[in-house]
Design a protein around this ligand. Structure first.
Ligand code: OXD
Ligand code: MN
Length: 603
């Protein structure tokens, strides 16, 4: 046992050392290593992983400090069907989660952990989610037998001695136990015990299943804690939009996995906007913790310190900031390689793949060269758009909350909620086509309330009630909006150009928050008319714009019916207030249909 371990033992960290000891008794590792987060530790781990093939060195001339990890081909995404929320009362987990009784769950997974670290090193990773000096931050400790997890956690969290010191001061932390086990899909579970602030994950090395600070702690466990403590833990990016007068407006936006959160958080303004002085600042690309500040506004931090982004589609045209960030000191997972060992993925215009993500000579007959859910892990500070405000202990004040999903039809480009309760309904009713970020069919429309379907650690009905509870005296809540970048025309092509041009929609949102831009009332909310958006310099034909800003009343009548059934699926946990809000909209649609000449309110 190292000197460092002895020092910890003599401190007040009894709960932590007792837990590490009990895990070691169960898992039987050959060695225990307490991570200090130092450069020397990172270098030693990297050398070890390069030597044993866990990492492959990429071209150091073009990509200094970059490595590639190839995961087991059956372990490439989150596994929602094997992800459980284990509460004493099944209804507390809700129909939105898979559930198992906690005692049975512990017994099942502990049987897998029994002796699983023989011949391996047990790493103890103390980490802090959020700036080390922020009252909004929370700490955890992950125990793992995967050095790849240690290397990723070092980028994604504030990990090591400083986090341990905070844990020592606070005396509380989330416990996460992880083993890659045999990487056997038949022996794989990701279990959460929110009442015990505990996570147990076995049999997967994939990011969302194995980097326990991310989805498991910062969303599933944190959402539970947030409800008890009066704050929100959300699957949202946080972006700062600086206008030409130098005012920065912070927006938090929820989109399901692989729907462009990273791109939106690092958006490059269109040429005319850049010339006029607009700037975009990245605070976070995936997770947002928000709570009311002394002035009644919601203040947000990004609990993460890095990006675990989807590689395919990242290019100069789509996300030059991300591309610049990942040019050095990045861990790539499951991307393809060029002949001179540079990383490659579909959508990257430079280079040609010769080796696919599994290490085979590239053959298009085998499918894409890079796995569609291949990833990069990179320190957030490497993004040119990274905002120093991301380190601010009080967080940033949020002006607008935006919800959005992949909706090829029906849902307009943007609309605004009338008030908070309407906004909560819009978030609760969010739908999106599934993506490769989780195993299962891709492109299937499913409801994904607030983009939290895979991540809400408790009953969605209670979660909606928690959101509604923020509507109270003394709070100055953000305005709520819904956007849809993914609307398609009859030819199957996207109607809206997206990427940097999305700033035009954010500008309308910011102006609405300041009470400046115009909008028209419709039964589903407030929509811009074509003239209310700044579209100079954009080649978008009138027919496309008309479709993007139209409300198809017949389609919405069906949609609102479907939302009613969805809300009812949470039984009496769904707040009556939300049902009432839906009924109000259904009635407004019915009134408009009765009077509309055609079944649409055109822009
Ligand atoms: C992610 C996800 O990795 O949502 O962020 O799957
Ligand atoms: Mn995500």
């Amino acid at each position: 046992m190292s000197q460092y371990t002895s020092a910890v033992r003599s401190s007040q960290l009894d709960a932590l050392t007792q837990w590490v000891d009990s895990v070691a008794r169960l898992t039987r590792p050959d060695r225990i290593h307490w991570c200090d987060g130092s450069q020397a530790e990172a270098a030693a781990l990297r050398a070890q992983m390069l030597a044993d093939g866990t990492l492959i060195e990429l071209n150091q001339a073009t990509h200094p400090g970059c490595t590639l990890h190839r995961s087991h081909p059956s372990d490439v995404a989150r596994v929602e069907h094997l992800t459980l929320v284990c509460t004493r009362n099944r209804d507390d987990a809700g129909p939105n989660n898979h559930w198992l009784d906690p005692a049975e769950a512990h017994a099942r997974i502990d049987a897998l952990f029994d002796g699983c670290m023989r011949g391996r090193t047990l790493y103890v990773i103390p980490y802090c989610m959020g700036p080390l000096d922020s009252p909004l931050s929370r700490c955890g400790v992950e125990i793992t037998d995967s050095p790849y997890v240690v290397a990723n956690m070092r980028i994604m969290t504030r990990m090591g001695s400083a986090a341990l010191a905070r844990i020592e001061r606070e005396g509380s932390f989330v416990k996460g136990l992880h083993s890659i086990g045999e990487l056997d899909p038949e022996r794989r579970w990701i279990m959460h015990f929110p009442e015990e602030l505990t996570i147990k994950s076995y049999g997967s090395g994939y990011g969302g299943n194995a980097l326990l600070g991310k989805k498991c702690h910062a969303l599933r466990i944190a959402s539970w804690q947030a409800r008890q403590e009066g704050w929100l833990a959300e699957h949202m990016l946080i972006v700062g939009v600086e206008d030409p007068r130098g005012n920065t407006h912070y927006i938090a936006a929820a989109f399901p996995s692989a729907c462009g959160k990273t791109n939106l958080s690092m958006l490059i303004p269109p040429e005319g906007y850049r010339r006029a002085g607009w700037k975009v600042w990245t605070i976070g690309d995936d997770i947002c913790w928000m709570r009311p500040g002394a002035d009644g506004r919601l203040y947000a931090i990004n609990p993460e310190a890095g990006f675990f982004g989807v590689a395919p589609g990242t290019d100069h045209g789509t996300n030059p900031n991300a591309l610049a960030a990942i040019g050095h000191d990045t861990i790539y997972t499951n991307v393809a390689l060029t002949a001179d060992n540079q990383p490659w993925w579909e959508g990257l215009h430079e280079g040609t793949p010769v080796t696919d993500w599994r290490g085979r000579p590239w053959d298009p007959a085998n499918g894409p060269a890079a796995h569609p859910n291949s990833r990069f892990t990179v320190a957030a500070r490497q993004a040119p758009s990274w905002s120093p405000m991301a380190e601010h202990p009080q967080g940033v004040p949020i002006s607008a909350i935006v919800f959005g999903g992949r909706r090829p039809s029906l849902v307009p480009l943007v609309f605004q909620a009338r008030d908070w309760a309407h906004g909560v309904l819009i978030g609760a009713a969010m739908g999106s086509e599934t993506t490769a970020a989780a195993t299962g069919a891709v492109g299937v429309l499913r409801r994904d309330s607030m983009a939290m379907k895979p991540f809400c650690g408790y009953n969605y009905g209670d979660y909606f009630a928690h959101w509604l509870s923020f509507e109270r005296a003394g709070l100055q809540l953000p305005q709520i909006f819904h956007v849809n970048w993914f609307r398609k025309g009859g030819d199957g092509k996207f109607l809206w150009p997206g990427f940097g041009e999305n700033l035009r929609v954010l500008e309308w949102i910011i102006e609405r928050c300041a009470g400046q831009a115009g909008a028209q009332e419709t039964p589903i909310g407030l929509l811009p008319r074509a003239d209310d958006l700044h579209l100079q310099g954009l080649s978008l034909d009138n027919a496309a714009l008309e479709q993007l800003l139209a409300v198809d009343l017949d389609g919405w009548a069906r949609e609102v019916e479907d939302i009613g059934q969805y809300l009812a699926s949470f039984g009496d946990r769904t707040p009556a207030r939300l049902h009432a809000e839906r009924e109000r909209i259904a009635a407004a649609i019915a009134r408009a249909r009765a009077t509309a000449p055609r079944s649409a309110v055109a822009s």
